[in-house]
Design a binder for this molecule. Structure first.
Ligand code: CP
Length: 325
């Protein structure tokens, strides 16, 4: 979280979450509570449609998405919300309407929850600063900055695989960290949960040159990053965000940084592999690893629904609801 005022926007004076903008700014207790609630949702197929009955939620995506948008819609439906989809390509933004005017107009229709993906860093926080008292925003990814629900679902997936104590874990994050909002949210969450060792790996051209990697072991050697790791978190090569020339060739990238079966053998025998999707098969991950027994990629997607249910409930369920603490 870059601006101090973003932290103030996210939680009110009593520490209650008003919006979810960034994992940076959440307390360990808030993170644990969301993960525990998500785990309960993941284990239950009970009818939860009373939780958000009568509450309208809009998925307001100004960038493409498959997993995040649809799993938020699924999560909102499971909680009984009315769900409105928004397609930027067929909206009046194509006539020049701003994202703020778009949101304010939908808010005026009685929508209380907005799940927003934006191209610009800080754009979701900027919108959150302009909405009414009872309206909640969730950052579904802004620029390179944050993707908090991806961070949460990655942590839930790791907890299920490795237990709640992250202190013995060696976690390798490999790939295009410079352009990755997923990496930034994962790093904040791993630090908050006390991960024992975080290794950050990528070519120098794809590593951030700010304090993003503070406290991490940073290496350009993917074999060294994977050696003995308990979890390997791969990142998509963000080709749409990259200036030309940062990666000389996709084949060379796969050779030097891609995770194939041979490289994965260097990890702990029970190591798990995560990827936020969409995957560039044959670039950051081989087919054999993506579809192999150590891959948790589809578990991550399933957990995304549970995590998003927990977030929507925390932000939007009536305070008097028995499900909201
Ligand atoms: N992981 C992720 O954010 O995927 P989508 O872009 O498909 O939502």
């Amino acid at each position: 979280m870059r601006e101090p005022e973003t932290a103030a926007l996210q939680c009110d004076a009593d520490g209650r979450m008003r919006h979810l903008l960034d994992i940076n700014g959440l307390s360990r207790e808030q993170l644990d509570a969301l993960l525990q609630r998500a785990q309960a949702f993941a284990e239950s197929d009970a009818d939860m449609r009373a939780v958000l009955a009568g509450i309208a939620v809009c998925t307001l995506f100004f960038e493409p998405s498959t997993r995040t948008r649809l799993s938020f819609q699924r999560a909102a439906q499971r909680l009984g919300a009315d769900v409105l989809g928004f397609e930027a390509a067929t909206s009046s933004t194509t006539k020049g309407e701003t994202s703020l005017d778009t949101l304010k107009n939908i808010e005026a229709m009685g929508v209380r929850g907005f799940v927003v993906r934006a191209r610009e860093d800080g754009a979701v926080a900027a919108l959150a600063a302009r909405v009414g008292e009872g309206t909640a925003l969730v950052n579904a990814g802004d620029g390179r900055s944050a993707h908090p629900t991806q961070g949460l679902l990655d942590m839930l997936t790791l907890r299920q695989a490795k237990g709640a104590d992250f202190s013995p874990l060696k976690v390798a994050i490999i790939g295009d960290i410079r352009h990755s909002r997923v990496a930034r949210s994962d790093l904040h969450a791993l630090r908050l949960l006390g991960a024992g060792e975080i290794r950050a790996c990528g070519p120098a051209s794809l590593l951030p040159n700010d304090d993003t990697l503070a406290g991490c072991i940073v290496t350009a050697d993917a074999d060294a990053a994977v050696e003995g790791a308990d979890a390997v978190m791969l990142l998509r090569l963000q080709r749409e965000r990259m200036e030309d020339g940062l990666v000389p060739s996709l084949e060379g990238y796969h050779r030097d940084y891609g995770l194939d079966v041979a490289r994965l053998r260097r990890a702990a025998p029970d190591a798990v592999v995560l990827h936020p999707g969409p995957m560039n098969r044959g670039v950051e991950i081989s087919d054999e690893v993506a579809d192999g027994p150590q891959s948790l990629v589809l578990r991550q997607v399933a957990n995304g629904v549970a995590v998003r249910m927990a977030v929507l409930e925390a932000l939007l369920a009536p305070v008097s609801s028995p499900t909201r603490s």
